[in-house]
Write a protein that binds this ligand. Structure first.
Ligand code: AMP
Length: 405
């Protein structure tokens, strides 16, 4: 029997307490005596679903984690600044509970009027969330008539709010953001239009190796930048100086190069680099003449010749997926390669998708986000989905096509 994910549009929300698992794990900074949200993209991403609950006359109860408070209340990880930002974006009051479970939250939920929005305090202030403990699930259930998950980035984890709770709620489905993630990422995973070009960067090669392996049979070219590239260059015998790379990574890179060669997939690596004596040595940064990096330097970004090469090789692509920065883009002087690549991709006629790790932040900082067709909100989850892994948080939302659970 074929299964499908039920959608929020198919649920009856009127007068119901709709528990919406969102991903409000946003960056914060300390400003004077309070914390403020520095990037509200994830909050904006949930607005369509929240507005739908309001318009359907449901009672919207939002739940999220923020940071890693390790099962204890910690004001540094309070969702209070998120509530303030959400209220500003929605143009309406958002009530924040002191705790995500307990009598206070329950009685507030029961007093809600249709169209009200309640934000529960950080789920991870309780160990039961990550442990998926039955007691914690039972407490969340006291607040829930209908369950919606709109937090794609958390669906690969079997936590109380992503798996334990929805199992107990017959009326459950996926929010608009999750639907959009599935639409684009499934297409990319199953049937990308070719030529399909994959661009990978960032530092954690071990996290990305299985995605490379998954895509090698259906990709036409792979572009590699960021710290990952040094493992590939080293395995080809180039000098990489003090650049980030260990032996295991070099072995993984060498394995990928062999598979790519056998499958006739072209792998493009940097042909020049921005380098410095250390990550702090901004003043001493230099651009190499060619692929080689001298012993006392480390690579911090791709160079201009690499960008030219990548630009010309991307020409004609029908699908591009980009994951991971080309350099240490958090340092403005080392961000040029990443930002410039975002602009190069933005100018192509391909279906332009990005996701995972820092890519969304980098694209947004480069000012090219509106030109991308879709930027996935998930970090590790996006990569795991593309590798073909099954998500516990998605499976729990599946129904047989003909009828009920
Ligand atoms: P990832 O989470 O694997 O996508 O890696 C992202 C991180 O890779 C960012 O924090 C970058 O600063 C880092 N990164 C990218 N290029 C380099 C490099 N050349 N050397 C050190 N770190 C890098």
């Amino acid at each position: 029997m074929q299964k499908e994910i039920r959608k929020i549009q198919e649920l009856d929300l009127r007068g119901k307490r709709v528990f919406v698992r969102v991903d409000f794990n946003v960056p914060l900074k300390h400003d004077g005596d309070k914390w403020v949200v520095t990037d509200s993209k994830r909050i904006e991403g949930a607005l369509e679903t929240i507005r739908h609950v309001i318009a359907s006359e449901g009672k919207c109860i939002l739940a999220s984690h923020l940071g890693r408070p390790k099962g204890k209340r910690d004001s540094k990880y309070s969702l209070e600044p998120v509530g303030a930002k959400l209220s500003e974006l929605l143009g309406k009051d958002v009530i924040l509970t002191d705790d995500c479970i307990g009598d206070g939250a329950k009685s507030l939920s029961l007093r809600m009027r249709n169209g009200d929005v309640l934000l529960l305090e950080n789920l991870r202030f309780h160990e039961g969330e990550e442990e998926n403990s039955p007691d914690f699930v039972a407490k969340l259930l006291e607040l829930t008539d209908v369950y919606v998950n709109d937090a794609f980035g958390t669906m690969h984890r079997a936590h109380a709010s992503t798996v334990g709770l929805p199992k107990m709620v017959p009326q459950r489905g996926a929010g608009f953001l999750v639907q959009k993630e599935l639409q684009y990422l499934s297409k990319l995973r199953e049937l990308p239009e070719r030529p399909f070009m994959l661009i990978m960067g960032g530092a954690k090669i071990s996290d990305k190796i299985s995605i490379l392996e998954h895509f090698l049979p259906k990709v036409d070219k792979v572009f590699i930048g960021g710290a990952m590239a040094y493992a590939f260059l080293k395995s080809q015998g180039h000098s990489i100086g003090k650049s980030l790379c260990d032996e295991k990574q070099e072995q993984l890179a060498s394995k990928i190069l062999k598979i790519a060669d056998a499958r006739r997939v072209k792998i493009l690596l940097p042909v020049d680099h921005v380098m410095a004596r250390s990550l702090k040595d901004v003043a001493g940064m230099k651009t190499t003449e060619n692929t080689e990096i001298p012993n006392d330097f480390l690579g911090v970004d791709v160079g201009p010749k690499t960008l030219e090469l990548f630009k010309s090789e991307l020409d004609g692509a029908k699908t591009i997926f980009w994951n991971g920065p080309m350099g240490v883009f958090e340092q403005p002087e080392f961000a040029k390669g990443t930002f410039e690549l975002a602009r190069i991709i933005a100018e192509t006629a391909a279906l332009k998708l990005a996701g995972g790790g820092d890519s969304a932040a980098a694209i947004s900082q480069s000012g090219s986000d509106s030109k991308f067709d879709f930027i996935s909100t998930g970090g590790g989850a996006t990569l795991e989905f593309l590798e073909g892994r099954e998500f516990a948080g998605l499976k729990v939302l599946e129904f047989r096509k003909t009828g009920d659970a």
